[in-house]
Design a protein around this ligand. Structure first.
Ligand code: PNS
Length: 157
């Protein structure tokens, strides 16, 4: 039976760690939807449309669909008839943050499977937050992000 996986995130911006997970997702699911969330709290560095386009361009070599979303993740999962949600774990702190969301999402939508994957070890330190900070302070973010994201960030200066 064909399996649909949703890989949700804010992706502000999409990093090499995210790309690593997207590539892994394509190896385990028949259909992969990367769902870009509207930023809940503060003003994002990139608009929702820009973030979607950067994910699309970064994943041009992959068979993925990229779409924006707002509201509850389980509503999107129902709409997309998803079997699984994928989230990346870089550390135990990430697991502490993810576990209640996974538990509640599964409680609200029984049958939904939540998968966690570790990125490649050399990418585990990368986060969008640190990429934004390094960029803001004038550092080199190129080794941390796809080339298309690096170009978009350079244009933000
Ligand atoms: O990249 P992020 O910021 O860690 O992504 C978090 C995201 C967007 C996946 C998470 O906040 C989410 O699923 N938001 C949708 C709202 C929702 O369903 N909230 C209830 C969770 S129990």
């Amino acid at each position: 039976m064909s399996k649909t996986l949703i890989y949700p995130g804010t992706f502000d911006p999409f990093t090499l760690g995210h790309l690593d997970l997207a590539e892994r997702a394509c190896r385990i699911a028949d259909r992969v939807v990367i769902a870009v969330a509207e930023h809940s709290s503060k003003q994002p560095l990139f608009s929702l449309a820009q973030r979607c386009q950067l994910v699309r361009d970064s994943c041009a070599h992959l068979r993925v669909e990229v779409r924006p979303f707002s509201g509850l993740l389980i509503n999107l999962a129902q709409e997309e008839q998803a079997d699984m949600i994928l989230r990346g774990l870089r550390s135990g702190t990430d697991l502490d943050y993810e576990r209640p969301m996974a538990d509640l999402n599964r409680r609200m939508l029984p049958g939904l499977e939540v998968l966690f994957m570790l990125p490649a070890a050399e990418l585990a330190a990368i986060s969008s937050t640190l990429v934004r900070e390094i960029h803001r302070l004038g550092g080199n973010t190129q080794p941390l992000i796809p080339a298309v994201v690096a170009t978009a960030l350079a244009n933000k200066r």
